[in-house]
Design a protein around this ligand. Sequence first.
Ligand code: ZN
Length: 234
Amino acid sequence: MKVTVWNENLHEKEIPLVTELYPGGLHGYIAGFLREPDVEVRTATLEDPACGLAEDVLAETDVLIWWGHMAHDKVLDEVVDRVQRHVLSGMGLVVLHSGHHSKVFHRMMGTTCNLKWRDGARERLWTVKPNHPVAAGIPETFTLDYEEMYGEPFDIAEPQETVFMGWFNGGEVFRSGCTWIRGNGKVFYFQPGHETNTAFQNAYVQRIIQNAVRWACPIRRVELTCPHFEALEA
Ligand code: ZN
C-alpha cells in the first residue's frame, strides 16, 4: 500500500510549538505513525513543485492524506483537478481537520463545508458505527482534553456513513468522522488535528487514521469513461 501525506507545512515555520509537538512537521509526524511493513509512506508539501502532487506521484498513491489550513487558495487548481480525477478512478482520500476548507474537499463535497469553530474545548468522541472498518480497535467513547471545537451545522454532502460523532464541553456536537464514495474512490473526513493541540499524539486518533487508510485503499483503479457501447447479445 502506498500512502502520500500532504501538508501545507506553513504553521510549522511560524509557530515553534507545532514542530515541538510534531517533529518533522505534521506531514512527517503523520507519516511516522502510518509507516508499517506493508505501508510505504511519502510526504508532499505546498512548496514542492506541483505541490508535490505531480501525475506520477498520484498514479502511485493508493491513499492521499490531506492537512491544510492557512493557504488553501495557494493550491493550484490543476492539482485539485488531478486529485479529483484520481479519486474518481479509485484513489482513497483522507481529509483531516481544517482540510474541510481545502479546495480538494470542497470539490468532493460541492458545498461550502462551513462549520462553527473555537479553539480550546474538551472533546468527547463517540463511535457510532462500531462495526465499521475505520472504528476497529476504537472504544465506544474517548476524550481529547484540548481540541478545537468544530460544531454543526457542518455544510457537507450527506455522508454515506457517520462513523464518529464529537461532543464538546461548550454543548456543541459535530459529525467528526464521515465517509463518502466518489466515483470509484472512498473519502473519509476526520475532525481532530488542530496544529497546536496534541490530537495526533493520541493512540486512538492514530489508529483511526491508520484504519481509514486501509479502508480507503482501492482494490483496483478503474477510470470511469463514457463510451458508446455495442450490444453484447444479438
Ligand atoms: Zn484548527
